[in-house]
Design a protein around this ligand. Sequence first.
Ligand SMILES: [Zn+2]
Length: 100
Amino acid sequence: MSDCVFCKIRDGQIPSMRIDEDERTLTFMDINPLSPGHCLVVTKRHAPTLFEADVEDLKAAAATARRVAANDGKGFDWTPVPGDREAIMKTGERLRAALA
Ligand SMILES: [Zn+2]
């Protein structure tokens, strides 16, 4: 997809700090990190939305995220950046209600 930023990163048209790559996924550092280890795992195959992504690609992305986090040495125990607690709680409540 020519206008997709992630495809452009995948294809090297946009520079990135790649930290991992396999047949189905690409992992690179986030340009606006929320924590020191904030990186993105994307599927190499373009998918406009989660619902259009190949399930096997999603499985691979989850496995890659786990492997990358495990090798970070901190896992997911990264120091969070202070956020708007009230906004976070409201969003959490809305999502919890939607999932009920
Ligand atoms: Zn894409």
